[in-house]
Structures are given as C-alpha cells and as structure tokens.
Design a protein around this ligand. Structure first.
Ligand code: URA
Length: 283
C-alpha cells in the first residue's frame, strides 16, 4: 500500500478519497458540488477578490496536483512574487513596532501583555518554515503544547500531520503553523476577548513576515476570530475568505475530528479546496 493510502486510512478515509490522477476532481458528482459551491460563494459575495473568485470557480479545470506543485516550491522561487504591502499592520488591536523575526520570537517569549503569562509554562510561537506558502492557524496551545512549546503536538497534531502529508504537504517544509493565542488559557477554556486583542499584533506580524499565499483557519474559534464573525463553521467552510489580503479557507479543528470521525471526509474536502485555491493564487 502506498504511503498516501496509509495516511488516508489513518485519517479514516477510504481509498475512494485518493486524488488519484485527478479522477476525484473530474468525477461528475464532485464537479457539480464544486460548481454549486462556487456559485453559492459568488452569490453571497463572500469572495472578496476577483482573482480568488476565479480560483474558486476554476477548481474543476485544474489538473491533478503533484505534491511539490501544491507545496509551491517546485514551480516557483522561494521568494514571494507579490509581497504584502509594507504598510502599517492594519487592525492591530495593540500596537507593536514592526519587529524582525528573531525579535518577534523574543518578544512573544517574554510577553506579559495579558493574564495568561501568569499561568503558562511557556509561550508557543509557531512551528514550520517561516518561508512556507501555506499558513495554518489554530486556536491556542493546549496542555501538551504549553509543556513542549510547540503547536499541535499529541494526537491532534499527528492527525494534522497525516492530513497534510496526504495532501502532499510536509509539515516542516511546506507549512507554518501558529495559533491565535500564544499562551494556553488555563483549563483549556475559550480565549477571552482581551487576550485575543493582546495577542493579535503577534499573529499579524507573523503573517506579514511569512507572506503566505494561503491561510487555513483550523476550527471554529480561529475562523470566527480571524473573520470577525459569529457564523458557524458549517457556513464558513467551502468558501474562500480573506484575512489581511490573503485567501483563507476554513476547516475543522483536528481535535474535533478526533471526536467526530465522519467529519474527516469533510476536512479532506476542505484540503482539496485549499490546495486548489492555493494553486490559483500562486499563479
Ligand atoms: N489546539 C490548537 O488550536 N492549537 C494548538 O497548538 C493545539 C491545540
């Protein structure tokens, strides 16, 4: 059995979900679904940019993707072709001077901007390649992350890694993973608005440095926070949004998927949408 098949099985997906030679994308039922999704997205004007609207509408025309093309480093130089504008970071709720990456890491490590600094073991800055074209954003460190100083460790992290690998993405090379909050809320309670506001400038600076081609918001909390909406994850999935000018796709949180196995198939659909939007945005 191929590695991809093994990963799919670990995700609880049958071999029918393998994007083998593009058959899945070209399947009439899938094409119809994608067309309906794109039409609905257009009608709701939830796609802010014409180029991304084209990306969503054109998903059925895309040939199947090889892993390197999805990750974006085979066909393109490491440098980002269209840098984000070097303007003051908009919507920074607590203003931070623009910091270089190592300074930003130090600033986060020493942060005392909210009460979470009193209960954390350590901050969790992020993980992966700061030059990556994909950026994944979760909610906040949990108990294990707080202990290890890395986002998405443990079973949820393993599932996320498997899903990324099945989509042709290497977790260390092709993605950067960060959270809305850099410190664990005690008892894994929901982050409070003032904590989000205090931490927001760090995430904005991370995005500015990384200049991702695509952002994937993992879970309801991250999606609602970034998109400043109370819409359910069911309404937010399957569309292309924008955050800080970057196309953003919403998917389920890996920890939720561990508890709700049937929704893994929907998460796989989200990844398929994400890589197609990525491919279109990268061109
Ligand atoms: N959940 C998150 O959203 N982020 C982590 O880093 C771990 C669990």
């Amino acid at each position: 059995m191929s590695r991809a098949s093994q990963l799919q099985q670990e995700m609880g997906l049958g071999p029918a979900w393998l994007p083998r030679d593009g058959w899945f994308e070209r399947h009439p039922a899938q094409m119809q679904r994608q067309e309906m999704r794109a039409a609905a997205a257009n009608a709701a004007e939830e796609i802010a940019s014409p180029s991304v609207a084209a990306a969503a509408a054109a998903v059925n025309d895309s040939p199947s993707l090889d892993a390197a093309a999805v990750a974006g480093h085979a066909t393109e130089p490491a440098a980002h072709p269209t840098p984000l504008p070097d303007a003051p970071i908009a919507e920074t709720r607590i203003k931070l001077p623009r910091l270089e990456w190592p300074q930003l890491q130090r600033e986060v490590a020493d942060c005392q901007r909210c009460r979470l600094c009193e209960t954390r073991t350590q901050t969790v800055f992020g993980r992966g390649n700061p030059q990556a074209r994909w950026m994944l954003i979760g909610e906040a460190p949990g108990e294990n992350e707080d202990k290890q100083g890395q986002p998405f460790v443990g079973r949820a992290g393993q599932l996320l890694d498997n899903m990324l690998a099945a989509a042709g993405l290497d977790r260390e090379q092709d993605v950067y993973i960060a959270n809305v909050l850099k410190c664990r809320p005690p008892g894994n309670r929901n982050p409070a608005p003032d904590e989000i506001a205090a931490c927001n400038g760090y995430l904005l600076q991370q995005i500015h440095h990384i200049q991702p081609t695509l952002i994937v918001a993992l879970g309801r909390f991250a999606a609602q926070t970034l998109l400043e909406t109370a819409d359910s994850i069911g309404r937010l999935r399957g569309k292309t949004h924008r955050y800080q000018g970057v196309p953003l796709v919403v998917s389920y949180h890996p920890a939720y998927l561990l508890r709700n196995q049937p929704d893994k198939a929907k998460a796989w659909q989200d990844l398929l949408l994400a890589r197609k939007v990525f491919r279109q945005a990268a061109n």
